[in-house]
Design a protein around this ligand. Structure first.
Ligand SMILES: [Zn+2]
Ligand SMILES: [Zn+2]
Length: 258
């Protein structure tokens, strides 16, 4: 049985990969990463994500406004994201959410854009990809109030503990583990990796950011998902092939990718 991995959160259309995108995709395929979801963070990067997905059969796109960019998101921005969300290669709305760690946009702007784009996802009938830093209580409350469970979604780069993971699952979200689960100081993440049931977990790189242990300080890329997946499988006491299959199936079911 071969390993089949789905990178549920990459920024493969970012300029970081302009010089070697084809080689990067070739290394991903070589490493067993057979599907990649590439994620927009505002209008131009959402358009670029769609363009890449339209040119690569194993890449799909998500469109959204990152909380860092919420302050600049006017009505025209939100209308354009809603229009883009209808595109055939767009599998989800994201990334969206709250970041109270860096606070690059005012909190009220972050919340306004997050609520609006959950509504866009519900109207488009596509799941949400949620970015959450130091804002778990607020993010979970807004997801419940805006009925995100109607479309489901992914809590990307999960950074909480078991109690928060349980609340995400209750809201219909998958828990996505990224490079930090491989770090010596992974805090609650190993416990989360063991706790979440097989049908509730996915994995991601968030490349070019957050490389796994062994590549820290370098550019991350989808091929390195194999290291994160191997660590999660080890923590769960499962063969890598079995864990990878479950995680891929979970992503494909949520994103409706055959
Ligand atoms: Zn993020
Ligand atoms: Zn991201």
């Amino acid at each position: 049985m071969s390993v089949e991995l789905f990178d549920t959160h990459a920024h493969l259309h970012f300029p970081d990969f302009d010089a070697d995108r084809a080689e990067t995709l070739a290394r991903a395929r070589q490493a067993g990463v057979t599907r990649v979801l590439t994620i927009g963070t505002e209008v131009p990067t959402s358009r670029a994500a769609i363009a890449l997905a339209e040119s690569e059969p194993d890449v799909w796109a998500a469109v959204g406004v990152h909380p860092h960019d919420a302050a600049e998101a006017d009505e025209a921005t939100l209308a354009e994201i809603e229009r883009l969300a209808g595109a055939a290669r767009v599998a989800a709305v994201g990334e969206i959410g709250l970041d109270f760690f860096r606070n690059l946009s005012p909190r009220d702007a972050q919340e306004r854009v997050f609520r609006h784009l959950i509504g866009v996802a519900c109207r488009a009938r596509k799941p949400v990809l949620v970015h959450c830093r130091d804002a778990h209580a607020e993010v979970l409350a807004i997801l419940a109030e805006e009925r995100a469970s109607e479309v489901g979604g992914i809590m990307h780069c999960f950074s909480g503990d078991v109690a928060i993971a349980r609340r995400c699952l209750d809201l219909g979200l998958l828990v996505s583990l990224a490079g930090p689960v491989t770090y010596p100081n992974a805090r609650a993440l190993p416990e989360v990796a063991r706790f979440v049931p097989a049908d509730g977990l996915v994995v991601e790189t968030d490349c070019p950011f957050l490389p796994p242990q062994g590549y820290r300080g370098k550019r991350n890329e989808p091929a390195y998902l194999a290291l994160t997946a191997a660590r999660v499988a080890e923590l769960r006491g499962e063969p890598l092939e079995v864990f990878a299959r479950h995680a891929s199936d979970n992503a494909r079911r949520l994103l409706r990718i055959g």
